[in-house]
Design a protein around this ligand. Structure first.
Ligand code: CA
Length: 397
């Protein structure tokens, strides 16, 4: 026997080692595991530490960066050992038979709006004739507090929401199923180490608090949203469901993907200036019913996650283990890199053609959306995030 076998092109090479929560088969107790190739290493079985027999990663994430690093180094040695396959065999579970769970118990959920291209597209669509970026946009990372309790794991079906809608051409609102159900392809950051209320988390303390990264689909009902959002921002058009990928890729695994964000002009205030590059070169892919409809480039995001974390706590708001903050829709400059159907179909004016010959503006019942991402790994290869997927169920009668 030799090192663990990783199929060619797997999202989970030995350089990745993302964490998730799984049951070896549906209905069995939950464990913390690490994905390698098509297998999961059961960390409770391997280490016997209670922290890994939990129903979420929160207990492990709360232990902090020294411990995360210790476990990662231990695993790196074990998986590359010449007898790895033989020694780890009793602790391996095939991903094909496991059931994946929501990896974190979500504490607070914040969603940002960090892509300049997305913000400009939204401005053009909803405030035609005026400057697309609001005056605050280049001075602070704009965000809102979302609904933590409706964050669900990938593969959970999403029911079309009902609510009040009113198109600008209509005199009065009506109630019914959203006719403009959409996605937002995003990247989410998971907080491990909390902070004390009344203190700030400085921008250069980012990696002391943030454990890792997930993919996020921020399902959005555009018609409900456009009627309700003024003046307090997103509410029921967003809060019905937010899906996340089951595997949390650690910050350490993304070292080789770190880049400086695009040049920021005007220069942000001092608390938003970082000594380190916290942009990430991730290639996203959005697929609808088997057709890739967009490839959003995360490296083009204007605000970084470190700036977002510093901004989120600059008023003394505390962090909790399990806080999730998402980047906002990842949209690049080019239309092929736009991360929502609102943009791809230009609010329904330009339908998107799928491989089966059908066309979409917004989502139809039964549609299946899958978002994937990959990045450069430390060994010069490629690592992946797995995926976040969801199928649209019809609205309740
Ligand atoms: Ca969003």
């Amino acid at each position: 026997m030799s090192a663990l076998e990783v199929p060619e092109g797997s999202d989970f090479p030995l350089s990745n080692l993302p964490y998730g929560v799984f049951s070896p088969s549906p209905g069995q107790p939950t464990r913390v595991g690490v994905a390698v190739g098509a297998q999961i290493i059961d960390l409770f079985s391997l280490f016997g530490d209670e922290v890994f027999s939990s129903s979420s990663l929160n207990a492990f994430m709360a232990e902090g960066p020294a411990r995360w690093s210790e476990v990662r180094h231990d695993l790196q040695e074990r998986v590359s050992d010449e007898q790895a396959a033989e020694r780890l065999a009793p602790h391996l579970v095939p991903q094909s038979s496991a059931q994946m769970h929501l990896p974190i118990e979500v504490a607070d959920y914040v969603d940002f709006y960090a892509s300049e291209h997305h913000a400009r597209n939204m401005g053009h669509l909803f405030r035609p004739g005026s400057e697309p970026l609001t005056p605050n946009w280049k001075h602070l990372p704009i965000g809102y507090h979302g609904r933590a309790g409706t964050v669900v794991v990938s593969a959970t079906p999403v029911r079309r929401p009902c609510g009040q809608r009113k198109e600008p051409t209509e005199a009065l609102p009506s109630y019914g199923p959203s006719a403009k159900l959409d996605i937002e392809a995003e990247v989410g950051f998971v907080v491990g180490v909390p902070s004390e209320r009344g203190t700030r988390v400085g921008i250069d303390a980012f990696s002391d608090h943030v454990f890792g990264v997930v993919l996020v689909n921020d399902w959005s009902a555009r018609d409900i949203h456009s009627w309700e959002y003024v003046p307090l921002g997103p509410f029921l058009g967003k809060s019905f469901a937010t899906s996340v990928s089951p595997w949390v890729v650690s910050l350490a695994a993304l070292d080789a993907a770190r880049v400086w964000p695009p040049k920021q002009n005007p220069e942000p205030l001092a608390y938003l200036r970082s000594a380190e590059p916290w942009g990430l070169e991730l290639s996203l892919e959005v697929e609808l019913n088997g057709t890739v409809v967009a490839r959003p480039p995360f490296a083009e995001m204007y605000w970084t996650a470190a700036q977002q974390l510093a901004h989120m706590t600059v008023n003394g708001a505390s962090l909790r283990t399990g806080d999730l903050f998402a980047s906002g829709t990842v949209s690049g400059k080019e239309a092929a890199g736009w991360g929502s159907f609102l943009e791809l179909s230009w609010n329904g004016e330009r339908p998107v053609r799928l491989g089966d010959g059908t066309e979409r503006t917004f989502l139809e019942d039964g549609d299946q959306v899958v978002i994937r991402a990959s990045a450069r790994s430390a060994d010069g290869g490629r690592l992946g995030f797995g995926s976040v997927s969801g199928r649209v169920l019809p609205a309740l009668e």
